[in-house]
Design a protein around this ligand. Sequence first.
Ligand SMILES: Cc1cc2nc3c(=O)[nH]c(=O)nc-3n(C[C@H](O)[C@H](O)[C@H](O)COP(=O)(O)OP(=O)(O)OC[C@H]3O[C@@H](n4cnc5c(N)ncnc54)[C@H](O)[C@@H]3O)c2cc1C
Length: 349
Amino acid sequence: MAASEFVGNEVLATLSAHAGQADAEGVWPEASWLALRRGGVLGWCVPREYGGQDRGPVEILEGYESLAGACLTTCFLLSQREAACRRLRDSGNEALCRELLPALARGERFATVGLSQLTTSRQHTSPALRVRLAGEILELDGTIPWVTGADRADHVVIGATLEDGRQVLAVLPRDTRGVSVGPPLELTALQGSVTAEVRCERVLLERRWLLAGPAERVVMTGRGGAGGLETSCLALGLTAAAVSYLFDEARVRPELFARAENLDKVRQGLRQTMHELAVAAATPEKATALRAGANSLVLRATQTALTASKGAGFVRSHPAQRWARQALFFLVWSCPRPAAEATLDSLAP
Ligand SMILES: Cc1cc2nc3c(=O)[nH]c(=O)nc-3n(C[C@H](O)[C@H](O)[C@H](O)COP(=O)(O)OP(=O)(O)OC[C@H]3O[C@@H](n4cnc5c(N)ncnc54)[C@H](O)[C@@H]3O)c2cc1C
């Protein structure tokens, strides 16, 4: 439904075939990741000079949408890797780009992000991850509460806070002394994202790993911040899977057709907005409105699919129950305060 011309059918078929397992089991979805690698997906966002394909923003969003519809777990893992690649790519740290991006584009290495302690996690407590600058060395102490694919990562793009409140972004090689990865968290869905807490105990990092800062609200430097278009894009991809199921059912249950069509109309409208924002550089307000709309739609579409699939859809082997559980993820993932407020307004005005 949200077909992208450059995502091969084999890639989508492999992801679909393993989607139930990837959601339910706390292990890395090896076959699906290999399919991304073989299908060239890991080069999409990497510039050509570093061995990537340098795809345009709309093309990439279309690709993510297709992948999210096939397997949200794998696409979520990809999204965290893409976030790490974008931070590197846009950092201006040419030496690190040359060192890390080619192997990331080839899929020989995996990188992820641990940034939420600067944006949407632990904002009501003292900084979760602290950093001290001592000459050419950064000393890290504390917790990175959420790191997807942590155990598999060669590098984690992290954010930490100085005593004076300024922040830095840096690349943390996972095998650095003092870095430890907790066990995968038991999640409501997306278990194969192998998301874990990472602890840093007197971790010493050379300054060459620095990507940005020290600065106020460093995550907002370059392109980015929590709640970018990618999160909405994955929600729209999951919506497409549920709506496509409803259209299929409507072939023998015509009473479902109008409902599928109405949901699809909203989906297409949000998609159009997302593509416009991708080329025009989204303002935070517009990105928030899109996210709130995508959150509401993905909940409604997946719950409509579950309602239509009845008790059979509540059985673990049926995709409708998985889609409905996975839709809940968008209520909590990378949901900055304005987007969370807008979602709360629609749920509990
Ligand atoms: C499966 C999963 C994977 C993720 N992967 C990544 C990743 O790879 N990289 C990344 O950077 N982020 C990741 N995130 C983080 C995500 O983007 C959000 O930052 C995270 O969901 C925020 O939830 P939190 O519980 O940490 O929020 P917190 O705000 O820390 O809330 C925790 C608890 O604190 C209490 N609380 C909250 N606010 C207040 C307040 N104002 N006063 C008093 N008490 C309060 C509530 O009881 C709440 O349940 C992931 C999240 C999930 C769920």
